[in-house]
Design a protein around this ligand. Structure first.
Ligand code: ZN
Length: 282
């Protein structure tokens, strides 16, 4: 039987603006409608950042995250993931504030950034004590951490601070993020190096930034991984052509998966494949 490949959609992120693309969803209703369209196109996980409905800018506001989750859960059974990056660069939130939506809302999963780095010209702080604190608390809450791996060194960080310390029962879900300035450059060789460095049994997806979304994504699918698409990472369907919806990016990922001889995982299948902590406790 053909392997099932999971598509995650990241519909807004914290950096993309309406000037970049007029199709960016911002309000809870817009984000939920985009999520539903993406779910119908084959996405089984949604990765969320919150936006202020008035300004369109990123916010860490708990109530916005709550509204996003409520609106999405009312529409479809997609697996939910919220960021703990605090807008990665711009918001200057404290570590407690970055975690508060996870604490209060308990999504299926939350991102856990696996090291400090330069993110463009900003510093993105994720020191060992915060990685430990987030990992420990996510394990207690039954929220699956998705380790965001921006460089080879971060696989080692997860191994030393989380895996060997026994903070979360393995295996783990990982995202390889390629193409952020300050992280690992987006090349085929680098993706292969990341895949080869990962411990056996872990699941992973590729997040290729910009035009690398589908090239590195396709390579990831061939190597046994999953793929994330969406306006957080890329706004173009192809060179010079804006995607009019996140769902168009999901549809393209689904076409690539099928053309390569694999199948798109539905939510039920994705729940079986991913090391969700709610499942481990059963
Ligand atoms: Zn994100």
């Amino acid at each position: 039987m053909a392997r099932k490949v999971i598509i995650t959609v990241a519909p807004t992120g914290s950096i993309t603006t309406r000037e970049d693309t007029p199709y960016l969803p911002i309000t809870p209703q817009e984000v939920a409608e985009e999520t539903l369209r993406s779910y119908n196109a084959g996405a089984s996980v949604v990765h969320l950042h919150a936006r202020d409905p008035k300004t369109g800018g990123p916010t860490g506001a708990l109530e916005i995250f709550r509204a996003y989750l409520d609106e999405i859960r009312a529409r479809c059974p997609i697996i939910t993931q919220i960021t703990t990056g605090g807008g990665a660069t711009g918001l200057g939130l404290g570590f407690e504030e970055r975690f508060r939506p996870v604490e209060e809302l308990r999504p299926d999963s939350a991102s856990l950034n696996a090291g400090s780095m330069n993110f463009g010209r900003k510093v993105f702080p994720n020191p060992p004590e915060v990685i430990e604190q987030y990992a420990r608390r996510m394990a207690e809450l039954g929220v699956m951490p998705e380790f965001e791996i921006y460089d080879l060194s971060m696989i080692q960080n997860v191994d030393v601070w989380v895996r060997r310390a026994g903070l979360v029962p393995p295996p783990y879900q990982n995202s390889f993020v390629l193409g952020v300035l300050g992280g690992i450059p987006p090349t085929f060789k680098n993706l292969l190096a990341l895949v080869e460095a990962l411990p056996q049994g872990d699941t992973w997806q590729v997040i290729g930034i910009g035009r690398h979304e589908f090239t590195l994504g396709a390579m990831g699918i061939l190597l046994g991984g999953n793929i994330r698409v969406g306006f957080e990472d890329n706004i173009y369907l192809k060179k010079g052509v804006l995607a009019r919806s996140n769902a168009e990016l999901v549809e393209k990922a689904a076409r690539i998966i099928r053309e390569l001889g694999f199948e798109v995982a539905n939510v039920e299948e994705a729940r079986r494949i991913l090391p969700l902590l709610s499942k481990k406790g059963e």
